[in-house]
Design a protein around this ligand. Structure first.
Ligand code: ATP
Ligand code: MG
Length: 563
């Protein structure tokens, strides 16, 4: 069967997303309610509207009453049986409907009196339309609201997952990447994934069901009579629709990949420019940076238009195919002298096959576009954590702080940064490392808190290999003051407190005094409560350095490294 073809096309793409659909489990009830509302919406629009037109309008316009009048006239000329037979042939089903209404009006007349009965029925009939719209509108709203709510929940989970993963990744992961691109992955690509999960989950149930039921209707009709022509038409044209969807989907995926990457580049340029406001002014680089940003924007606009082009090309292509097929059906129907009443439902069912095809084509394209974002996210989510945690960690009760390097070799890339280093630093000793720029001092310091693991050799703390300690425990024992002091936005006190979150204000002031920072802090307008600005922009380089040293003193770890 052809719907199976559609399914085989979608299945591999959906499979990639399935772990993320699993995130919907948490909001299962709400999501099912949303889909239920979608069903109600579909029924109200696909069935409710035609129902109102078919059943209620004849009552409102008195067609039912006039049939009874015609019957009366016929009965007078012949007998009841002949009259009924004639009417049934001319207007099939209408007579039964009229009788039902007759009985119904008699019942209504009992309550409101014979005079008011027609008005009451008319009023009741007129109520159907607003009620149908009310149900349809409310269901449509709830459908969108609930599925969006679930989608946002999924978005939150994915963003949190990526964020936490980024915290666990080794430093090496970041050195080859642009921060801006990573930001655009966490904020932008996750949103794409959220859109895929909700809209797709919503359509993947609704649309095939409509397709199958419309095909079922056509199949049933062709089994009953000779209208199998319609079913055949529909079945033959489905592969014609699937083909453009596939081709367009492939093109879309390529463009979407470049588009998302360009978005990342643009965020990176913006981030770098904002982070280096002083340097850009000093070197008169404003125009250069603006040019770079504009070029990026231009590239992105072009690619976005291409993506839009491919994404919105599939529906009109399918509509065109369906128009051709419906025309063929019209041609055939006219030649066969079909009555309008027999013909309309068939054409409607035919059309009902194309609408889901169109929607599923969109779903397919969205999945393609979404899988590009998924690639970008999985680059983060599946990145190896190259300094793994030990399986059975050793816990040190008291740490002396003796550090030993045993024939350590390390390289960032191909060129070695540390070659055959063996050092023994006993606990309680102060050791200074001297060497030219690029000699490897920072690298040496980074090995102790396990920012990197040695390629060969081993490092020990109090005789225990660092790889046998939990990273969190190890870093509790070692304090590293980096070459460039890094402050977070917040007050001076908050920045020092990061060394030990449980510290009392007195301990913080003592640590600041030890770091020679006490005096300048008290001269600040708000003392310890003075905000430092983003990355400490409101302080001098030396002041930042001292706050960062105070933070390290507060920590009071057995091993202190000043880079
Ligand atoms: N993240 C990195 N990726 C690749 N190579 C790196 C990285 N960090 C440092 N290097 C290289 O490793 C070598 C040692 O660098 P390191 O930062 O340890 O030097 P340093 O002695 O601290 O220098 P400085 O006195 O200038 O701070 C240098 O050749 C440098 O180019
Ligand atoms: Mg250094």
């Amino acid at each position: 069967m052809f719907p199976a073809r559609v399914e085989t096309m979608l299945r591999p793409v959906i499979k990639r997303f399935s772990p993320y659909f699993a995130l919907l489990k948490k909001v299962k009830g709400r999501f099912l309610a949303g889909i239920g509302a979608g069903f109600l919406f579909a029924v109200a629009s696909g069935f409710g509207m035609p129902f109102v037109v078919e059943k209620v309008f004849p009552v409102i316009f008195g067609q039912v009453q006039s049939i009874l009048d015609v019957r009366q006239a016929l009965v007078e000329k012949s007998d009841e049986k002949t009259a009924d037979a004639m009417l049934e042939e001319a207007f099939p089903g209408k007579l039964a409907q009229a009788h039902k209404l007759e009985i119904f009006s008699a019942q209504v007349a009992e309550y409101v009196g014979k005079e008011k009965a027609p008005v009451t029925i008319l009023f009741g009939a007129c109520l159907f339309l607003p009620i149908a719209f009310l149900v349809r509108g409310a269901a449509g709203f709830l459908n969108v609201y609930w599925t969006t709510q679930c989608g946002l929940e999924v978005l939150k989970d994915i963003q949190q997952r990526v964020f936490e993963k980024l915290q666990r990744l080794p430093l090496g992961f970041f050195s080859g990447r642009k921060t801006g691109d990573l930001i655009s992955r966490v904020m932008g690509d996750t949103q794409m994934l959220q859109m895929v999960v909700t809209t797709v989950a919503n359509d993947i149930v609704k649309q095939p069901l409509t397709l199958v039921s419309a095909l079922g209707y056509l199949g049933y009709k062709s089994y009953q009579s000779r209208e199998s022509f319609f079913l055949l038409l529909c079945l033959l044209s489905i592969p014609i629709c699937v083909l453009p969807i596939r081709i367009i989907g492939k093109k879309l995926m390529l463009r979407a990949a470049v588009m998302q990457a360009t978005q990342g580049d643009n965020t990176a340029v913006l981030g770098e420019t904002l982070g280096a406001a002083r340097e850009i002014r000093a070197f008169n680089l404003e125009d250069l940076m603006a040019g770079r940003f504009l070029a990026g924007l231009g590239r992105w606009t072009k690619l976005h238009l291409k993506v839009v082009k491919y994404r919105f090309l599939a529906p009109p292509a399918i509509e065109f195919v369906s128009a051709v097929v419906v025309s063929a059906a019209l041609f055939y129907g006219a030649r066969q002298n079909f009555s309008l009443e027999a013909f309309l439902p068939l054409v409607l069912a035919l059309y009902m096959c194309y609408d889901p095809m169109k929607k599923l084509g969109e779903v397919h394209n969205r999945l393609k576009q979404g899988s590009v974002s998924l690639d970008r996210l999985e680059e983060i989510l599946d990145a190896p954590e190259s300094t793994p945690e030990p399986v059975s960690p050793v816990t040190l009760s008291t740490v002396q702080g003796a550090i030993t390097f045993h024939a350590v070799n390390f390289s960032y890339g191909d060129a070695p940064a540390l070659r055959d280093i063996s050092v023994e630093i006993p606990a309680g000793q102060i050791v200074a490392l001297v060497g030219p720029s690029g000699a490897g001092k920072t690298t040496f310091a980074s090995m102790d808190p396990r920012f990197y693991d040695p390629v060969e050799g081993s490092i020990q703390l109090d005789g225990v290999d660092l790889r046998e300690l939990r990273k969190k425990d190890l870093r509790d024992h070692i304090t590293l003051v980096p070459q460039e002091a890094v402050l977070f936005s917040g007050s001076i006190e908050e920045n020092i407190r990061l060394g030990k979150t449980s510290a009392s204000p007195e301990q913080i002031r003592e640590a600041a005094r030890q770091a020679n920072a006490g005096d300048f802090i008290l001269q600040q307008p708000q003392g310890y409560d003075t905000p430092v600005g983003e990355r400490g922009a409101q302080l001098s380089g030396g002041q930042k350095q001292r706050i960062s040293i105070a933070r390290a003193f507060l920590r009071d770890a057995p091993v202190l490294i000043l880079d």
